[in-house]
Design a binder for this molecule. Sequence first.
Ligand SMILES: [Zn+2]
Length: 485
Amino acid sequence: MRVAIGGIWHETNTFANTRTTFDDFRAYQFARGEWIIKRYRDVLNEIGGMYIGSRLNNFELEPTLFAGAVPSGIVTRETYERLADWLLDDLLKNDFDGVLLVLHGAMVAENAQDVEGDLLRRVRDVVGRKPIVATFDIHANLSAEMCEDADVLIGYNTYPHVDIYERGTQAAHIMGKILRGEIRRTVAFEQIPLLSVPQAQNTSQSPMREIMARRAEIENDARVISASVAVGYPYADVECAGMSVVVTTNDNSELAREYVRELREMIWARRDFFQVTNVPVDEAVQRALASDEEPVILVDVADNIGGGSPGDGTILLENLLAVEAQDTVVTIADAESVAQAIDAGIDRVVELRVGGKTDSMHGAPIQVRGRVRLISSGEYVHKGSYMTRTMMRMGRTVVLDCDGLDLVLMERKTMPFDAQQLRSLGIEPADKKIIVVKSAIAWQAAYGDIAREIIYVDTPGICTANLKTLPYKHVWRPIFPLDAL
Ligand SMILES: [Zn+2]
């Protein structure tokens, strides 16, 4: 048996003022043909999991295209069409028995609000009745179209996402069962009129902890093939945005519907717990300075790189410089400042206008003065629990010593999901008093075990927790908390 493997992965923040292009995919995760296996076979992501699962289930993988970009703005029509064409061409060229797809579920292109629904329909048109099993991120905004055209959908069960590899393995096991004729899938799906913010979606904390515990019990029912809860992604202003539940059973529609209804009711009853209030910037900085515990993590919630923000927000940097915070580290994506610092050279003192250049929603550029302490190629490999063994490329990276504050300037915005990001630059996070993370929850995979105090800061930006301040136009209404329900 031979099974095609491929995917297109992007979380699209429709409030971002920049477009995501083909180069953004090339710069992050991109492989075609046999390079997919060579590059990801030993990585603990979906593909690494599908690879092991294929060996255990005795089918060969036929690699096609895998492309992923760092979460960012709407994907251009040209980029989506090019990626989809390549994937579909490869599917047409080869003869195989099924398709394993790695998807996100909250990708938006200029010509498709629900890219995964659109892509799955196109794949279905090409492969006919052959089975399609796809994985999705827990932040997916699932649609009925996705559920219709995939045979089985399997979502991550964790946030931070530390089970990606296991979901890949699970997808391959299910593909094996379908190919051996052991199961006949029946599926139920429901959207819930609820937008939840990332901070409230941590699966090791209430309310998600209880919801996912019940989900796991349901999936353990021998009649169930898979049960997934998608917390949704509120920064994609699309009709299908919001939480949802999908349960696939073995030839038992009624059971699938019952379980979906139960999970939907459980989530809906807890809707108030999916809203949060954060600490004002001034107060957060004062609390961090006064803390006896260290490191203190200042969470720059609204400039969440993993949520599609620019990663060049300056509000916390400005406030920390103003109070001369010591033993503090802040990262900012700013290619122009990196080039200027490198031109000046090691040990030189430079004055730079840093950050706030992508848009006006995350603070203005600010003037900083510091010594160029280190220049790096910006490459490091994840050693922690999230995306383990993935190579990250920040682009050229500079550490500027601003009188006790380490300002990390990188060419490309890079998600703070692994402590190697700082360690590769000679910065030991455990020795710092204050670490600013541009992330909502996933930073915990890097610093959760060393954090002594965590302060979620009410910074401005396109990943704000104050959803009512965002200019929604397309999301289905009524929906909580935009509307009273
Ligand atoms: Zn996610």
